[in-house]
Design a binder for this molecule. Sequence first.
Ligand SMILES: NC(=O)c1ccc[n+]([C@@H]2O[C@H](COP(=O)([O-])OP(=O)(O)OC[C@H]3O[C@@H](n4cnc5c(N)ncnc54)[C@H](O)[C@@H]3O)[C@@H](O)[C@H]2O)c1
Length: 341
Amino acid sequence: MRCLVTGGAGFIGSHAVQRLLRDGHEVLAIDDLSRGHAEAIDLLRQDAGGRLSFERVSIQDHDGLVNAAGAFAPQAVMHFAALAYVGESVQQPGRYYAVNVAGMLNLMHACADVEKFVFSSSCATYGQPPAELIPVPETCPQAPMSPYGRTKLIGEWMLRDCARAMELGGRPVGVAMLRYFNVAGADRSGLLGEDHEPETHLIPLAIDAALGRRDSLTIFGTDYPTTDGTCVRDYVHVEDLVDAHVAALDALKPGRVLAYNVGSGRGYSVREVIDTVGQVVGSVVPTVEGARREGDPPSLFADPSKIRRELGWKARAGDLREIVADAASWRTSHPGGYAQC
Ligand SMILES: NC(=O)c1ccc[n+]([C@@H]2O[C@H](COP(=O)([O-])OP(=O)(O)OC[C@H]3O[C@@H](n4cnc5c(N)ncnc54)[C@H](O)[C@@H]3O)[C@@H](O)[C@H]2O)c1
């Protein structure tokens, strides 16, 4: 299958490209490299046997996208390209709507002939679910609390509306919206990893603190109504997440609209993550206690039973230690990230 992957030089997108190539597909990766890494693409090309092409183009560039997609004629799209920092989205909402909403609309227009479209949505679309809806099922009302979360929810709406219009027009398309929880870990072969600038995710930050690459890790809030007072989140291994994409791609048929949570179904507190990182790296994570961050729900973890039931997907790395070990292994062997490999 010819698959177009946006954000293919980013953390999750590069792992998806790797998996698609392993499965024998032909891939066009698109990325503006604003937050992705050309090195990840170069590494992936080495074993791709000519099946990976790359275009440095922004999803905000409508004509560039039309040209790239027109020449490749994709049958499927996996759409990862986005701005993805909640805090930044509060400060620069216009940028988030421009990339995540208007950019996605450009992409949908440029790829109007595809058979299947898989979209990176987020648990941020749920906002702060009521306590009785934790673990969160897909039926939980979506009430995002940040511009970032709202852009992802609008993305879901756009896809649903366009899928319906295509069906009415006699050209049905299959679309899947995957609501990820916290994605972490790294490719088990050691080629790819997570390298964000700035880094905002807990596991890489804690690993860097344990390795002495940063002075300390700030714990935002220690007075939440959770077992140890810190926030509880659901961590999913990036390779498991990619498995979910492949399962969705396989399940998509013309006219099918799928929406799934992709998480392990288990919640870990910030302190549990810090302890696990300390054990894996073999040194204590230096921490400082800070105030709560606005909009951080106390506890957010998935009910992943729907994707298990319907697609047979389940996180293989159910244990946090495995996720942390893979992340730590890549970070330890790439002290400066991709640029230094
Ligand atoms: N990492 C997580 O825990 C998580 C959780 C929920 C949802 N998501 C979603 O998954 C997707 C991938 O996340 P990630 O962690 O890999 O982020 P990432 O920043 O590593 O990857 C995003 C990629 O998109 C590219 N990009 C940004 N703007 C672009 C534009 N205008 N045109 C073309 N490319 C552009 C960046 O250069 C980057 O390579 C995002 O859509 C994100 O919202 C991630």
